[in-house]
Design a protein. Structure first.
Length: 199
C-alpha cells in the first residue's frame, strides 16, 4: 500500500429484509402448541421449526384439525417489534406457518409485507429463501443471513436491529432475519459508487 493512501470504506445498503415469522417477529409458542395438546399430543413430543404439514404427519394428526383448533387471536409481537415494523422499508416473510393462520395474524396486526410466503408456497415442505427472493425479483448473490453472520461488524453497522440487546435474531426463538444488500464502495473524492461485488 502506498504511504498516505486512503482506503475506501465498504458500506452496505439494504434493499430488502426477509423475516421468519413465528419466534422471530411474534411470540407464538403457546398458540402453536395448544392445538397439538388439544389433539392429545404430549407437550414433550412437540418440536418447533418444521413445516406444519411435516410436524402434523410426524405426530399422526390431521393438519386440517390442527388449523381448526389454532387460535388466531392470541399471538403478539415481541417487545419493540410493533414499533419497528411500520418503519421497515421493503420487507417480506418466509415462514413454515399455515397460510390460514399466517394471513389472519398479519391482518390482525396490521402488517403489510411486500410478500408473505407461508407453507403452501413451499409445497408444504420446509421453507426456503429462494422463492422469496424470486418473488421480490432480487438476485441471490448479495443475500446475507444476518442472524448467523459473524463478519466482525459491530452492532451499529448492522442494517437493522429490532431488539437492541440482541445482535442475532429478533425473538426468543428467533432463527433469523435476512438482508439483501448492495455493496457500496465510496470514492475518496466523491459520492459512493455501486460495486457488483457480492459480500
Amino acid at each position: 500500500m502506498v504511504a498516505g493512501a486512503t482506503v475506501p470504506v465498504v458500506q452496505h445498503t439494504v434493499q430488502a429484509l426477509v423475516f421468519d415469522f413465528d419466534g422471530t417477529l411474534v411470540d407464538s409458542d403457546a398458540a402453536l402448541v395448544a392445538p397439538f395438546e388439544a389433539l392429545g399430543v404430549p407437550r414433550e413430543e412437540i418440536s418447533f421449526g418444521h413445516a406444519i404439514a411435516t410436524e402434523c404427519e410426524r405426530l399422526g394428526i390431521s393438519m386440517d384439525h390442527y388449523v381448526e383448533l389454532y387460535d388466531q387471536t392470541v399471538v403478539q409481537p415481541f417487545p419493540g417489534v410493533a414499533a419497528v415494523v411500520p418503519r421497515l422499508p421493503r420487507w417480506a416473510l418466509c415462514s413454515n406457518k399455515h397460510p390460514v393462520s399466517g394471513v389472519e395474524e398479519l391482518r390482525r396486526l396490521g402488517w403489510e409485507p411486500e410478500g408473505a410466503l407461508f407453507a403452501d408456497h413451499f409445497d408444504w415442505e420446509h421453507k426456503s429463501i429462494a422463492p422469496v427472493l424470486e418473488f421480490l425479483d432480487l438476485p441471490p448473490d448479495d443475500f446475507v443471513n444476518e442472524a448467523h453472520a459473524d463478519d466482525g461488524r459491530n452492532d451499529q453497522d448492522a442494517p437493522v436491529l429490532l431488539a437492541p440487546d440482541q445482535r442475532s435474531g429478533i425473538g426468543r426463538r428467533g432463527s433469523g432475519w435476512f438482508a439483501h444488500r448492495r455493496i457500496l464502495v465510496p470514492s475518496t473524492t466523491g459520492p459512493g459508487t455501486e460495486s457488483s461485488r457480492s459480500r
